[in-house]
Write a protein that binds this ligand. Sequence first.
Ligand code: NAD
Ligand code: TYD
Length: 352
Amino acid sequence: MAQRNILITGGAGFIGSHVVRLFVQQYPQYTIINLDALTYAGNLENLRDVEQAPNYRFAKVNILDIPALEEAFQTHEVTDIIHLAAESHVDRSIVSPLDFVYTNIIGTVNLLNAARQYWSADPGKHRFYHISTDEVFGSLGAEGFFTETTAYDPRSPYSASKASSDHFVRAYHETYGLNTVVSNCSNNYGPFHFPEKLIPLFINNIIEQKALPVYGDGLYTRDWLYVKDHARAIDTVFHQGKPGSTYNIGGFNEWKNIDLVKLLCKLMDEKLNRPAGTSEQLITYVKDRPGHDRRYAIDASKIKQELGWQPSVTFEEGLSETIDWYLANGHWLKQVTSGAYQHYYESMYQQR
Ligand code: NAD
Ligand code: TYD
């Protein structure tokens, strides 16, 4: 296999850290450069087990800093990109939309420009892989699935910014011949997930016996995929995806929020040796998220048929493994929930 110097942006975040780990361990012949600004969501603790690997590098760079980006391309002789760096939390996008415009749209265009410039001799030879979300497709009713040809219909500042970045990536393929590929994935869960998102937040609150704030009527539906299966899908699309193509990635695993929360409560009671029903008493219905998308569901048949990828872990296995990981990594959880996070939590949930 050819030598490649792969720049992975956002590698210190939740999904990025799993992708970096997989590539560092699976492809010793590749050099993996983790480029990350280390915002509140970036944490090098997520990569302690691979940071000494001979094929791992780290560059603390903000994708809004064009000279630093260009320097990273030169220093590391970047041959390919897997772009995950983003502001990723819908609730934060409702409070501060411009942060999402800067990082998710302008940051992505900066990266496209740097790639285009650095690879100008043969733009088609180098892969530019942009990681996106199913949220760009908007909200489904009770029936149907998002396919690769579903029209974009973003409804939150987060999904609008991701949709915009997807369009720029496609445009750079058509206009400048960049060898791009985009994948749109459903909700991920698993180890190293920042506890502002539903599953890790509720695991943390159950441990601490704090209220579980369920938005609205709790009947919103998400399609959950284990993060390690997403990382495997990214590996597959990176190596085999057709230039200019997009792939939907999902777990065929829909859950209404309230059913998922009740399952989580049941599993946590068992694992913490608490009497059955203890954690369910923490469920508290709170004011809804504005513009809350009702249902997401991915049709992942294209990636299965074309590239042979499918999820390997059932939801029960993945959720159980995830809870075990959080229970065994109390130090990690304490570290990320202290300080600035505490302030965020108080102000975000006071508004509701
Ligand atoms: P995350 O918030 O956990 O991590 C984002 C990472 O990007 C962090 O390490 C952060 O430091 C870094 N970053 C943020 N702004 C930056 C900047 N300006 N310059 C450089 N680095 C910056 O996010 P995640 O959940 O791991 O999501 C990763 C990607 O996958 C995102 O593009 C997101 O839109 C997409 N995605 C996420 C999900 C999900 O369920 N979490 C699902 C589908 C797609
Ligand atoms: P989240 O993890 O924020 O992911 P996304 O909004 O990107 O799908 O939320 C998942 C679902 O859980 C979503 O319908 C909103 C809901 N939710 C709550 O009910 N309470 C919470 O405190 C959070 C963070 C989310």
